[in-house]
Design a protein around this ligand. Structure first.
Ligand code: PEP
Ligand code: MG
Length: 328
């Protein structure tokens, strides 16, 4: 089966009814680019920049980050690279946090000073990373993505810091490129106010891993409740649908970059919901492409709508089976 899938590497991801689907990869370091090209991904939909910040006593400098980001941009050979600003909680690495370090750890790290909250609390760190990203953008198409946004106010603050970073580079006479700026939608408050957020960004990407955690109130890393972590829970699906519909109506770019994007169980549902951009672990990309090729989006819309009307998690599986049996 794997050999069959490998033949799809150069096949365009076009549905049976002729719609082009963008299939990008999630990466965590420069080494992952090889896997991306091996499956013919359209770009990087999510570069998790955390590794640069982990297991060290000091923050990475602007130059150090610029070297890494520009190295990856060059390896992308003109395909777009989406760099997410650092998405860490203070509990993960208190060594280099000054006053924001919590010596006893946060009581509830997933609800604490994580993601963009931490960046906004450490503006020097935040702008340093964005300057490195802006400089890397001089070498190819780069998109900047802010994680864990809860509201338009945070997006506005991000833009102010981004403008400052651009001003600082201009004052230094440094070369930097144009970027598009977007954010992750992975917290319910952002999902429910996504229309306002979309007015302030060029694109959004749905982080289903965290969205599921926060919608269902289930810690994504806690084995004791892993049976309750249900991507197919009707509440999760309704929220994902709302985000995709709103973005499509506003003609703004929307993708899914959580695990759901690389899970073939959900490929057809997401297509039926109107999703046209997926970003996933490169290992899953050809299997997803295989489904895309055999899907007729027009036929999937009704089946997706039927799933969206269901509110009983126990009925989800049967409805998914029906949807995945529709021939393209
Ligand atoms: C997500 O939350 O779905 C996501 C893609 O980000 P991460 O898994 O890095 O939190
Ligand atoms: Mg996340």
């Amino acid at each position: 089966h794997k050999r069959e899938l490998n033949k799809l590497k150069k096949t365009a991801a076009t549905t049976a009814d002729g719609i082009n689907i963008e299939l990008s990869a999630n990466i965590e370091s420069a080494e992952d680019i090889k896997a991306l090209h091996a499956v013919g991904a359209d770009g990087v939909g999510l570069f998790r920049s955390e590794f640069l910040y982990l297991n060290r006593d000091t923050l990475p400098t602007e130059d150090e980050q610029y070297e890494v980001y520009s190295g990856i941009v060059k390896k992308m050979k003109g395909k777009p690279l989406t760099i997410r600003t650092v998405d860490l909680g203070v509990d993960k690495n208190p060594r280099w946090f000054g006053q924001n370090a919590t010596p006893n750890g946060s009581l509830n790290p997933a609800l604490g000073l994580t993601g963009i909250r931490l960046c906004l609390a450490e503006p020097v760190m935040f702008r340093t990373q964005m300057r490195a990203i802006l400089r890397a953008a001089a070498h190819g198409p780069v998109r900047l993505m802010w994680p864990m946004i809860t509201s338009v106010s945070e997006v506005r603050q991000c833009h102010v810091h981004l403008e400052t970073a651009q001003k600082q580079l201009a004052e230094r006479g440094e070369t930097f490129g144009d970027i598009s700026a977007g954010c992750m939608i992975e917290i319910p408050s952002a999902a429910l106010t996504v229309g306002s957020i979309l007015k302030l960004v060029d694109f959004i990407s749905i982080g289903t891993n965290d969205l599921i955690q926060y919608v269902l109130s289930v810690d994504r890393g806690d084995d004791a409740v892993s049976h309750l972590y249900q991507p197919s829970h009707p509440a999760v699906l309704k929220m994902v649908q709302h985000i995709i519909k709103t973005a499509n109506r506003m003609e703004k770019s929307v993708s899914v970059c959580g695990e759901m994007a690389g899970d073939t169980t959900f490929t057809r549902l997401l297509l039926g919901m109107g999703l046209r951009r997926f970003s996933m672990n490169p290992n899953n990309l050809l299997a997803v492409k295989n489904i895309v090729l055999q899907s007729d989006t027009a036929k999937l819309e009704d089946a997706a709508a039927k799933i969206l009307r269901n509110e009983d998690p126990e009925k989800s599986e049967k409805l998914f089976k029906q949807l995945n049996l529709i021939t393209g």
